[in-house]
Design a protein around this ligand. Structure first.
Ligand code: NDP
Ligand code: OXD
Length: 312
């Protein structure tokens, strides 16, 4: 059994984490908590919370016992060349993260299913016209893990049918597709395609002109909330221009922040949000970090410790 980590580094580069630091200090007063702005003792840091950490940082922390992502994704940790080979890596999926993702996806699905964009146009023309509502559309999830499965359970009571595509695990969705051929089946049969896949070698570029071509019969709305590099953005624009999809709602991008010159900004069939579909509050995040540190000290796997070989 090792010691409970005592020197925690919050190596987070694109958001304010003073609230998280304060919450951690309150929940675990025995721990010393540092941010990148502090003069932190690199040689004593035994636990690191990472989000877009500076290049090379991990090579400077010889006492590390464990690492967690500040969020649900771990791609930016596993792709860090300075990541030591044997350090356990975990991630954080607090209840509020799942709830926020459910709110985000539900907002998009109900907006398009209940035809609000068309009513907004009708309003501009002072037009009073009832538009029919499609019965029980299929919401298909690429990725049905902590987030996909939770979001699906929020949509099911609203009358949506659920489809899932997973790597290995058959699910209790109305339609469950697995393995390589499964993606085609999912997107061909879904009115909404929700991407909640982790970024791995197998999912990089997975939404490309071939995948979008499979959508052309049903013309779904595509919700891209996984990771930017899963979509070939130029292929998406071509597919929208060809009418293969009816709309894309994008929260994540190849380059973030999305550069001002990106054609995605002005495309009439694209809605953009700035990578905020789901973010945990400081209190729940701090509680998860404390649980991870205590598990490490007890010699147990951390909650949501990932399989580094599987890469998610
Ligand atoms: P999980 O690890 O819990 O679930 C991943 C799911 O994807 C599993 O169902 C898994 O299948 C499936 N999967 C993985 N690889 C493949 C593959 N090659 N082919 C088919 N299915 C595959 O992840 P979470 O639900 O917690 O999070 C998913 C992602 O959402 C995160 O990695 C992150 O990138 C993104 N995210 C985005 C946020 C935002 O604000 N936009 C916020 C939080 C997360 P199986 O069940 O068989 O293992
Ligand atoms: C996450 C994210 O991975 O915010 O949690 O994208």
């Amino acid at each position: 059994m090792s010691q409970t980590p005592k020197h925690i580094l919050l190596a987070v580069s694109d958001r304010d984490i003073q609230d998280l630091k304060a919450a951690l200090q309150q929940q675990a007063p025995e721990m010393r908590v540092y941010t990148l702005e502090d003069n932190f003792p690199a040689a004593s840091i035994d636990f690191a919370v990472l989000w877009k950490q500076p290049e090379g940082l991990l090579a400077q922390l010889p006492a590390l016992q464990g690492i967690t992502s500040l969020g649900a994704g771990v791609d930016f940790i596993l792709n860090d060349p300075a990541l030591p080979p044997d350090i356990p890596v975990a991630r954080i999926v607090a209840v509020d993260l799942k709830q926020q993702m459910a709110q985000y996806v539900t907002a998009v699905v109900t907006r398009f299913h209940r035809r609000f964009p068309e009513f907004e146009q009708q309003q501009k023309a002072r037009q009073w016209r009832v538009l029919p509502v499609a019965p029980a559309p299929v919401v298909g999830f690429a990725g049905f893990g902590q987030l996909g499965a939770f979001v699906a359970e929020s949509l099911r009571p609203l009358g949506y049918r659920i489809a899932s595509w997973t790597r290995q695990t058959k699910t209790a969705a109305d339609m469950s597709f697995v393995g390589q051929e499964g993606l085609r089946q999912l997107v061909e049969q879904s009115d909404f395609v929700i991407n909640l896949l982790p970024l791995t070698a197998a999912t990089r570029g997975i939404f490309n002109s071939q995948t979008f071509a499979w959508m052309q019969q049903r013309k779904p709305v595509f919700v891209h909330a996984g990771r930017g590099p899963q979509v070939i953005e130029s292929d998406l624009i071509r597919a929208l221009d060809a009418g293969w999809l009816s709309h894309a709602v994008m929260d994540v991008f190849n380059t973030e922040p999305l550069p001002a010159e990106s054609p995605l900004w002005t495309h009439p069939a694209i809605t953009i949000t700035p990578h905020l579909a789901a973010r945990s509050d400081a209190y729940q995040t701090a509680a998860a970090i404390v649980r991870q540190c205590r598990a490490l000290a007890a010699g147990q796997p951390m909650p949501l410790q990932i399989d580094r070989h599987r890469a998610y």
